[in-house]
Design a protein around this ligand. Structure first.
Ligand code: NPG
Length: 367
């Protein structure tokens, strides 16, 4: 496949409601979209980097810099075997996985369209619908949180993830559990704790959680292994897993029993598939995380989540949970806790180019 041209657009999108995690509050996303062109077809990707370097060291600004200065000038004009080879000219770039992923994922969409198949099929997906859940940000009170949980359960979500931080953890989750004794429930700390909090985290064992996600810092593989030996609740790693090598290390040390795979975090679908395959070979579950993506990133996540090892519901919610209006049509919907995997060529949804162009705050084109 030949990448003949590329377009980069930065599009501000206001969230329907602020999303608070242990490291801060997000009101708006500055979505970087990549559009690759070849053989009269297009492929879309989205960069998941945040506005500040809290979740990872990458930001919208660093991604824009690396994409415009290094990645796209090297990739455009190249003919490559397939989507996994599209980043070959920039293998020398250290890190910047989120910036790289946006291009690699666009190449997968383009390659699927060239083959006339859906992205899910191209990736090896086997499911026509995927189980999905909802991730609820920190709320000002326990009452507000239980109200939110009730609302999402009414909307059909069947798995609830709740953000926690020191001071808003065991007691708060206990109230949710008391009110909803049967609901599949999990907690996400986004690295807010240290091993000194082990006895507090051990109290979560009483609540029958599916897992606790990323309790400690992203470099803390050994500490996570110590914690996992102390608590019964399975640990799921997110920020710590940036590559299949990280996943191998975590499994070897016993740092986790579950992995949250976000293709945008690990450098694209190729690496996401390798992590999926590794976990599957060890009979351990994975699920697809979310980064408050627009419909373009969401379409990529849904396609990936159709692979057989994604046995747990992902953080893949309906478009309207995030945006007054999404930038794809049709928008994504949730029915009975599941989302339909699009079957049309590539992403299977259409990017609203007119709206993207009118909203774009920054543009760069590469011929
Ligand atoms: O539904 O896309 C979603 C949000 C899922 O909780 C979610 N994402 O830590 O996984 C996370 C968190 C996040 C979102 C982190 C945006 C950083 C930025």
């Amino acid at each position: 496949m030949k990448i003949e041209r590329a377009e980069l657009r930065q599009v501000p999108m206001r969230l329907e409601e602020p999303f608070e995690i242990s490291s801060g509050v997000m009101h708006e996303r500055h979505v970087i979209l990549v559009r690759l062109l070849g053989q009269g077809l297009e492929g879309w990707g989205e960069c998941v980097a945040g506005e500040d370097p809290a979740y990872s060291s990458e930001t919208t600004e660093t991604a824009w810099h690396v994409l415009t200065r290094f990645i796209l000038p090297a990739v455009v004009g190249c003919s490559v075997e397939g989507p996994e080879a599209v980043l070959d000219p920039v293998r020398w770039i250290r890190g910047h996985r989120m910036a790289k992923a946006a291009v690699e994922m666009a190449a997968w969409d383009l390659a699927a369209r060239m083959d006339g198949v859906s992205l899910a099929e191209k990736l090896g997906g086997t499911r026509s619908v995927v189980p999905v859940g909802v991730s609820i940000g920190l709320q000002e009170s326990d009452e507000k949180l239980t109200e939110k949980v009730a609302g999402y359960l009414t909307e059909g979500y069947t798995r609830i993830k709740v953000k926690i931080k020191p001071g808003r953890d065991v007691a708060m989750l206990g109230r949710v559990r008391e009110r909803f004794p049967e609901v599949p429930l999990m907690a996400d700390a986004n690295s807010a704790y240290t091993l000194a909090d082990a006895s507090l985290l051990k109290k979560l064992d009483r609540l029958g959680l599916m897992m606790i996600e990323q309790p400690l810092r992203h470099e803390d593989y050994l500490e996570h292994a110590h914690l996992q030996a102390l608590i019964g609740t399975p640990i799921c790693l997110d920020e710590s897993i940036r590559s299949v090598g990280d996943a191998e290390l975590a499994l070897k040390l016993g740092s986790c029993r579950v992995v949250n795979i976000k293709p945008g975090r690990v450098g694209g679908h190729g690496e996401a598939k390798r992590i999926h395959d590794l976990m599957q070979s060890r009979h351990l579950p994975v699920w697809c995380g979310g980064m408050l993506e627009s419909g373009i990133g969401r379409a990529h996540n849904v396609a990936l989540a159709s692979l057989p090892g994604f046995t747990l519901p992902g953080d893949i919610s309906a478009s309207r949970r995030y945006w007054a209006r999404d930038i794809v049509s049709p928008e994504f919907e949730v029915n009975d806790g599941t989302m339909v995997v699009p079957t049309g060529p590539g992403l299977g949804v259409e990017a609203d180019r007119e709206r993207i162009e009118s909203l774009a705050r920054r543009r760069a084109d590469f011929d």
